[in-house]
Design a protein around this ligand. Structure first.
Ligand code: 5GP
Length: 368
């Protein structure tokens, strides 16, 4: 395990595997271009090591040049791609092969294709050492790649985390062990929102409230939002797969978070299992499920008080409140079993001052 700034990384791809992949790419390209003199164009900074080893493995006439673009800041793609070092001259009529270290969403590649689109090159090809095929959503088909990798954040062999790690001979992946992923349960009035706010700030977590995410996506007419709406409009429940996809997007959008608080999902054991499967595919897991517990009479008093201030009608009617409690108990019971079987269920006394409850939550997290 190595540490770069605030993050930990664990070994992922060995030096030997990398060298074999480089050689494979070089041999494949040689088979296509050995009789011409192609220009290899490395994309800086990340590709410098790949370009160097690639050229040593490519034993035919060729030229080399570099372009420089920038799109990543820390762990997230900012989406802004700038040209910092321009195209080589005299590429008209030549075979140009781009050498990229990694292709992720394909945004950088799109910019490159655009850059070269008004040059009169004879052939334009893309070779990338690493290729995250699951997240790639560009139109251009990648011509050559060394290794297909899952959607993990990697460093080493030219790739950095905030400029560190480029000099490693092997590739490491972000270690998610230090993440804190929580599922938060609680009856209405139990103080979930207040405590989630605290946990979020204290541990740098991202709070994902499924209800909020749905409303946001529907309001903004995203593809997933429209899909979800098509079910809701028919009076059907949104299928778990759609909700999971939405969660996936939220998790993907926040790679800098040190963990997530899932709120409002899962609601059934089947959903809990789907969530586990999705997290596992990201090398993540739920660390704890916390239920904020309080006696019904205390909660009713709290909600009635809240109803007076907020004007929420469902907080002003004792019968409606009791119905919501009943629904909660019915739904969470099987989930409680599911997480108890995994030794992840923690019940926290939700009666007391905000600080007292916060203190209890902190103890649970410290024990993980
Ligand atoms: P794209 O534009 O395809 O989303 O991203 C391409 C650029 O993002 C790469 O050239 C690289 O600079 C950066 N990048 C994408 N994935 C990773 C990764 O896993 N680790 C590091 N260090 N950089 C990455």
């Amino acid at each position: 395990m190595i540490q770069l700034h605030d993050k930990f990384f664990k070994p992922f791809i060995s030096e030997k595997e990398i060298q074999q992949a480089v050689k494979r790419v070089a041999d494949t390209i040689a088979a296509d271009y050995r009789d011409t003199t192609p220009i290899f164009v490395g994309v800086l900074n990340g590709s410098f090591m790949f370009v160097s080893d690639f050229l040593k493995a490519y034993e035919y006439p060729c030229e080399v040049s570099f372009v420089k673009l920038s799109s990543y800041q820390g762990l997230t793609s900012t989406g802004i791609v700038e040209t910092l070092l321009d195209l080589p001259e005299n590429i008209e009529g030549r075979d140009v092969i781009i050498l990229e270290d990694i292709i992720d969403t394909g945004r950088t590649l799109q910019e490159l294709v655009h850059l070269f689109s008004n040059t009169n090159v004879k052939e334009f090809k893309i070779a990338s050492l690493f290729y995250k095929s699951e997240v790639y959503n560009g139109e251009y088909a990648i011509d050559y790649f060394g290794l297909e990798i899952p959607d993990r954040f990697i460093v080493g062999y030219g790739l950095d985390y905030k400029e560190l790690g480029r000099n490693f001979r092997e590739v490491y992946q972000l270690n998610q062990k230090h993440m804190i992923n929580l599922v938060l349960f609680g009856k209405p009035g139990a103080g979930k929102g207040t405590q989630a706010q605290f946990l979020k700030e204290q541990y740098n977590l991202k709070h994902i409230s499924t209800g909020d995410v749905f409303r946001f996506n529907i309001k903004n007419g995203t593809e997933l939002g429209n899909l979800a709406k098509s079910y809701i409009d028919k009076g059907d429940l949104v299928p778990d797969a759609v909700t999971i996809k939405m969660l996936e997007d939220e998790v993907g959008k926040n790679p800098d978070a040190d963990g997530f608080i899932f709120d409002g999902f899962p609601r059934t054991a089947a959903q809990a299992e789907a969530l586990d499967n999705f997290l596992e595919s990201k090398d993540m897991k739920i660390n704890a499920t916390i239920a904020l517990e309080a006696n019904d009479e205390v909660l009713i008093a709290r909600l009635l008080e809240r109803g007076k201030v907020s004007g929420r009608s469902d907080d002003q009617d004792v019968d409606k409140i009791r119905n919501r409690f009943e629904e909660y108990s019915l739904k969470t019971a099987p989930l409680k079993n599911y997480y108890e079987d995994q030794n992840k269920f923690h019940s926290v006394n939700g009666i007391g001052s905000i600080e007292e409850i916060t203190e209890r939550l902190t103890k649970v997290i410290a024990s993980l």
